[in-house]
Every structure is written in C-alpha cells, then in structure tokens.
Design a protein around this ligand. Structure first.
Ligand SMILES: [Zn+2]
Length: 82
C-alpha cells in the first residue's frame, strides 16, 4: 500500500512535494507555516493538500491532467458498446 503524498502549494502551483503519509504531512504543514511566517500577506496563497496519485505536482482535487482525460472519455461513453 502506497502512502498518500502531500505537497505544499502556492497559488495552486506545487512548490514542495514528496511528503508521504501523516507524519510527513505534519512536516509539510510546518514547512508551510514557515513560509507564512516569512510572508504573512501570502498566507491565503499557501496550502498543504494531497497530490494526485497519477500525476506529480498536481493536487488530487482539481488535477488538470485527470480532468482533461475524464472529459475526453465522458464525451461518447455510450457509443460503440453493448
Ligand atoms: Zn491526475
């Protein structure tokens, strides 16, 4: 079983990745806290979130590459089968 990977994101862009599991998630949040402490005005831009298991440096929720793939598949899902 593969541990969930977390990343630190700034404005939706991954700036730090490679945090695996709950223990590393704490490390990721500590890293983000240090960034926020350095730039309090940017606090809203930073977040720690799960990384897409299929695509590096993409958030699991809102992965652009997954969204594109699913959009293509959904188009004619009912055709040519059955
Ligand atoms: Zn993805």
């Amino acid at each position: 079983m593969v541990a969930v990977e977390y990343g630190v994101f700034e404005d939706g862009v991954c700036i730090e990745a490679g945090f695996h599991g709950e223990v590393d998630k704490v490390a990721a949040e500590a890293h983000m806290a240090a960034l926020v402490a350095a730039e309090p005005d940017m606090a809203d831009a930073y977040e720690v979130t799960e990384i897409c298991p299929d695509h590096e440096e993409q958030p699991k929720n809102g992965c652009e590459e997954c969204a594109e793939g699913e959009a293509d598949d959904a188009e004619d899902d009912d055709e040519g089968r059955g």
